[in-house]
Design a protein around this ligand. Structure first.
Ligand SMILES: Cc1cc2nc3c(=O)[nH]c(=O)nc-3n(C[C@H](O)[C@H](O)[C@H](O)COP(=O)(O)OP(=O)(O)OC[C@H]3O[C@@H](n4cnc5c(N)ncnc54)[C@H](O)[C@@H]3O)c2cc1C
Length: 367
């Protein structure tokens, strides 16, 4: 039997399982899929597509602003990201403009070190790859020029290096950048091109989201050092390496810390007796399984899984919590709430759960 069973492997579920485990609870994570994180850019917005500050966001999610609580959740997230060597910059006090793969500015709150705010003036170089059809440097330049009229913008295209049977994605090139030989070749070619094409001092070099996957920290460091200039990724259509790195980093950290994963497992029923959940039924590979636990956290997207699966809403359950749920009537840009809500909800829910378990006979310390 587990102390805590987390359902969902999106950003909320992964963070929740890691935090529950940090509280000393024997934790399982059950999920039928990977969630929305892999479709995202991997940066943490209040509301994707909208420059919302804390106050506007809080109104959207019906959250009474407790800046200390939110700051503490952000601290936990940033501490964790340092630990998994994927540090996140940014603060609650201001949103910063990052560049998207379409050349538009995207205002965000927390972002990985591989991304940098776009300056208002100076000189930037946008680097594209012939085989990458969903990142077109000239198109990015045209849109960025409208947003940043005082910026000098250069474009460079690197020639096709491999012939492929399918369209190449940013993630394909990111994996190639993990290879030291390929990386060195590419960076020396780029250095020559930048010196030849740009006669001004370059302040920022923009890449699609390709700065490595498994060797990301090395790729980022070597790229900035070889080009002697800050670099940024401009994530575009999914999949983005920035999101994949975050997903894989959290998942591997959870597994290494001892969280037990039940993947491809759909929760099809809850065993509820009186005011407690005793277990869940799952379907995996055509077989039914029972997973028992002392506490359950649903991180299944914006709806309560108990309500979705059992068709009833229960507010009286002593050992069941929802993380990342918000009411249907909340009006959201594109129907999405950003990663900041997952950061808040995972920290907040695990803290509430731990406090509640400590006060009961199912306390983690008594297990
Ligand atoms: C295209 C797109 C782009 C986005 N871009 C950004 C961005 O740039 N910045 C930003 O901040 N936010 C962005 N978001 C939003 C952000 O990704 C999500 O808000 C966040 O990831 C929500 O995570 P979650 O874990 O709460 O939910 P989800 O990601 O929906 O995860 C739910 C999990 O529950 C599992 N699940 C559901 N039902 C069951 C069941 N019955 N049994 C077992 N498992 C179940 C799912 O498989 C999944 O693993 C984007 C979202 C989308 C769709």
């Amino acid at each position: 039997m587990y102390d805590t069973v987390v359902i969902g492997q999106g950003l909320t579920g992964l963070l929740t399982a890691i935090y529950a485990n940090q509280y000393g609870q024997k934790t399982a994570l059950v999920a039928k899929g990977t969630g929305k994180l892999l479709q995202s850019t991997g940066v943490m917005d209040f509301i994707p597509g909208k420059q919302a500050d804390i106050r506007q966001w809080a109104e959207h999610v019906n959250y009474t602003v407790n800046t200390d609580g939110l700051q503490s959740a952000v601290n936990s997230f940033q501490f964790l990201m340092e630990e998994i060597h994927l540090p996140y910059e940014g603060s609650l006090s201001e949103n910063v403009p990052l560049l998207t793969g379409a050349g538009y500015l995207k205002w965000t709150t927390l972002y990985p070190a591989a991304m940098k705010p776009v300056p208002a003036k100076g000189s930037v170089v946008i680097v594209g790859f012939d085989e990458l059809t969903d990142f077109v440097p000239e198109y990015v330049k045209a849109n960025l020029a409208l947003e940043r009229p005082n910026l000098t913008i250069h474009t460079i295209r690197l020639e096709k290096k491999v012939s492929t049977v399918r369209p190449v994605s940013q993630v394909d090139i990111a994996y190639r950048m993990d290879d030291a030989y390929e990386r060195t070749q590419l960076l020396s070619e780029l250095k020559v091109r930048i010196t030849a094409d740009c006669n001004d001092k370059v302040d920022l070099i923009v890449f699609p989201s390709i700065l490595g996957i498994r060797q990301h920290a090395t790729v980022l460091k070597e790229t900035e050092s070889a080009l002697n200039t800050p670099v940024t990724e401009a994530p575009g259509l999914p999949p983005n390496a920035s999101a994949l790195r975050l997903f894989q980093g959290l998942r591997q950290h959870a597994i290494r810390s001892g969280v037990r994963f039940y993947e491809n497992s759909e929760v099809t029923g809850f065993d509820v007796q009186q005011d407690k959940v005793f277990g869940i039924q799952t379907q995996a590979n055509g077989k039914t399984h029972q997973i028992t636990g002392k506490s359950f956290i649903s991180a299944g997207g914006h709806r309560s899984l108990l309500e979705t699966v059992e068709g009833e809403s229960r507010n009286d359950l002593k050992n069941y919590w929802n993380a990342g749920v918000f009411p249907d009537e909340v009006p959201l840009q594109y129907g999405l709430i950003g990663g900041m809500y997952a950061i808040l909800e995972s920290a907040h829910t695990t803290s509430n759960m731990n406090r509640s378990l400590k006060g009961s006979e199912t306390s983690a310390e008594t297990v």
